[in-house]
Each structure stands twice: as C-alpha cells, then as structure tokens.
Ligand binder design. Structure first.
Ligand SMILES: [Fe+2]
Length: 455
C-alpha cells in the first residue's frame, strides 16, 4: 500500500512493520512567498522564533563517550560547548566566559579536565561551574556575588544523537522527535564512529539545502547518472512537529532508465557493498535489489548482527529521516550519513553544509559504508581516530562525491532564481510533500511562535 503514490509499491521484500505508512497529513496547497529564501528580516525572524526555540542537533554521542569529552557546536552567531561530566551526564553551555564574554573553546572536539578561558585563565569544571577566578582578591566581593558560572542550555541525547535547545519551555526531546526517535534507535548510531566530517559553504539559503535534499524528484535532471541504479519512485511519511521519512530504493534502475537488465557499474558497486561478486552475479539489474537484501541477511547471520529488526527495504535502500528544522539522516544498517544545513550568521544567501559519515567497524570482507556516500579513498574506517573536520570555503567544490557536488553546483543557481521578482513562490508536487511539511511547520514557528505559546 502506498496511499500517496498508489502505483508505486516499492517494498519488494517480506512485509515488515517498519515499512508501515504514517497517516496522511494534509498540509494544504498554498504557495508560500519566496522572501523566506533571501530576506534579511525573515532571517532575523527565524533566529528569534525558530533557532532559539527548537531543538538543534549539536553532535553525536560517539564524540562524547567518556568524561571530559567535549564538542563545540556553532549555529549562526551562537556557539555552545557540550561536555560529558565525571558523573556521566551531558551538560551544554554557551561558549562564553562570564567574565568578559570571550569564547572559551576554539577547537571542534576533544577531551579535557576543565575549560580555561584564553583571556584571563578563569577556569570552569565540565559541568560549567567556575572553579578559579585569577587574582580573586582583586575583585570587590560584591562583583563576584553575580553568577559567574557558564550559562547553561538544555541538552538531551536520543539514539546516539545529542541535541541542545535555548528554549526552557521546549518539550522533552524524545517527545518532540515522536516516532522518529524509535526508528533512529534501530540503527545503533551511538555505537558508530565518525569516519568523515566535512563542512562546506554554499551560496544558497539553508532552506534551499533542506529543500534539495528532501526530495528525489530532481534525480533524473540533476543526477542522471543515478537513474541506472536508483529508483526514483518512493514512499514518503510525514510525522508531527515537521519530521518526515522517505525511502529511496537502491540497486534497481528507475523506470525512466531504458535498460532494466544489464548489470551496470552502479549496480555492480551496490552488489559489492553487500558482499556479492558482480563478476559471478547471474541476475538482472531489476533483481539485484532483492539479491542484496538476501546477501545482507546471510552476512548478518554469519557475523552475529541482529538484522531481524530491519525490513528488507532497509537493507538495500537509503531510509532517510528529516529532523526539523535542519537535519537529514540517511540510514543504512552499516552506516548513517548525517546532513546539517546551518544558517550563515548574517547572510541569507549562504549556508554551511555539514556532513558526517558514521560507521561501526566490522572485520568482515567487503563490509564498508555504502559506496554512494563518497568516502575519500584511504579513509580510516576503524573508528580508532576521530578525523578532523575538513572545511571547504565558498566557491570551492566540496568533493563530497559526484552526486553531492552536482547539488553544490545547482543550489546557487536556484538561489539566484529564487531572488528574482519573477519568482512567485514554490509549487510543490506530492513528491515534494516533505518540503511542504517542513515549510508548514516553519510557518507555525514564524507566524505564531509555536514554542513561545508554551513558555
Ligand atoms: Fe541532489
């Protein structure tokens, strides 16, 4: 059953509760005004009513396993420190010294006993408590009666993901994530390690990034090379609070692609991902998806992996989650691909595309992150070393693999068009239902102050 697209039955394997469709949500048919993509006033309103009100993905628990581990999370003009304390709790604070306002942490991640402000060496425990004021005797005691601990923000973890919110009235993280929390928990992201992390600056609004990655309608036009190996028919599920899911069938040519038989190089790559030797594989391209599902089940049994929790679809396809407002997570049993679309501090025509590949090493022949993720050759996948974040400035190809690099070339073109007086706002198809769902939720924050109502 595929209520949104009745002709598209994408689940080829055995029925599984994971594949069940969410009830349809009617988000109407309005055409939103395009100023949301470029207007500075709209950008300021987003800061006031969205970014400071909602939960934000700050990082992954793989970077915060042991006491003293910390990460820095920057969004627009703000910066936060998230740390694992000695009692195992996660604590988050603004990355600001209470003394004179200097930022304290400049690195992206690491492990420390305490935080020391670089300006006058004031010291802070992992839980944010100020433990040393340099030359304390030179302060009027009444000055130090003012709170001089770090300023806390709420921080919670679910399914190996760490979120913060600046909003004390926001609902608990798990409640806000809804069904998506349990779905993500299946992938055991907390046991995976970051093996590649890149941040590239793109000349587009952050929502242009979300929009592009929330649909596969554009594959035939922007990424025609995927047509031989990715079916662009899909199932889309919408959940409360702007969350969504989408299945992207892999190892099966699109119906738009003329050759449904030959084992093309893309199919060969995906067969190899599942441990099938393409040279001896006797099936057709159409049959390769089911063959991959079976091969992965056999491999899982061999290596003691619990794949019963996954549907056949989850084994072969990319199962994609949209976490409102700015996160997409491409899930595979072996690895997940985390995308974050981070707004620029003051230019609505730029955003930072932050991508992480997380993988749990397994010593098995051919077992690796899916090849489509575009892992750089020679990447250490053991998880023993956390790689540094690679930063790519505006205008330089991000080298994220052919598909994502194509997106990076197109998005500035879309951004330029969106700013035209001739553009009257997007017209979304049902293949773009996740976009309408996302923008409808965004409107609830911007128009009515969704989370303000609870404050
Ligand atoms: Fe794309």
């Amino acid at each position: 059953m595929n209520a949104r697209f009745p002709d598209w039955n994408i689940h080829v394997g055995a029925p599984h509760p994971f594949n069940a469709e969410a009830p349809l949500i009617d988000n109407g048919s309005a055409r939103p005004a395009p100023d949301r993509y470029f207007d500075r006033g709209y950008m300021a309103a987003e800061w006031e009513h969205l970014w400071t009100r909602t939960w934000l993905l700050a990082g992954t628990t793989s970077d915060l396993r042991d006491a003293g581990d910390f990460i820095r999370f920057d969004i627009a003009t703000e910066s936060f420190i998230v740390a694992r304390t000695d009692d195992g709790a996660l604590k988050a604070h603004y990355n600001v010294c209470p003394h004179r306002g200097s930022q304290i942490v400049m690195g992206d991640f690491g492990s420390v006993d305490e935080f020391v402000c670089p300006f006058h060496n004031w010291r802070f425990a992992l839980d944010g408590a100020c433990t040393a004021v340099t030359d304390r005797q030179t302060f009027d005691p009444k000055v130090l009666c003012h709170d001089h601990n770090l300023t806390p923000v709420r921080c919670e973890e679910v399914a190996g993901l760490v979120f913060i919110t600046m909003n004390d009235a926001a609902p608990p993280l798990r409640e806000w994530l809804g069904p998506v929390a349990d779905h993500l928990a299946l992938y055991d992201i907390g046991a995976m390690n970051v093996i590649q992390h890149k941040k590239s600056d793109w000349a587009a609004n952050w929502k242009g990034g979300v929009d592009a990655f929330y649909e596969i309608y554009h594959l035939h036009a922007v990424h025609p090379q995927t047509q031989c190996v990715m079916d662009d028919r899909t199932q889309i599920d919408l959940y409360p609070n702007g969350m969504s899911r989408q299945f992207v069938p892999f190892a099966q040519p699109s119906p738009r692609f003329p050759d449904q038989e030959s084992i093309n190089p893309g199919i060969q790559m995906m067969l190899a991902d599942a441990g099938i030797d393409p040279a001896t594989y006797a099936g057709t391209a159409q049959e390769s998806r089911a063959a991959i599902q079976q091969a992965k089940r056999i491999r899982a049994k061999t290596y003691g992996l619990d794949y019963d929790r996954f549907s056949d679809t989850q084994l072969s396809d990319s199962t994609i989650y949209g976490v409102f407002p700015n996160v997409q997570i491409g899930c595979h049993p072996e690895a997940v691909f985390l995308h974050r679309f981070l707004p620029h501090p003051d230019d609505p025509n730029q955003f930072t595309y932050d991508t992480c590949i997380l993988f749990k090493h397994l010593d098995a022949p051919g077992y690796a992150p899916p090849a489509w993720m575009g892992l750089a050759p020679g990447t250490d996948t053991t998880g023993l070393t956390r790689p540094d974040i690679v930063r790519v400035p505006l205008g330089v190809p991000p080298e994220l693999g052919e598909v994502l690099d194509q997106d990076s070339e197109l998005l500035p073109v879309v951004q330029k068009g969106a700013r035209s007086r001739g553009f009257r706002g997007p017209l979304w198809s049902e293949q773009e239902a996740r976009l309408r769902h996302f923008h409808t939720e965004l409107d609830r924050y911007l128009d009515g102050g969704k989370e303000d109502a609870k404050a």
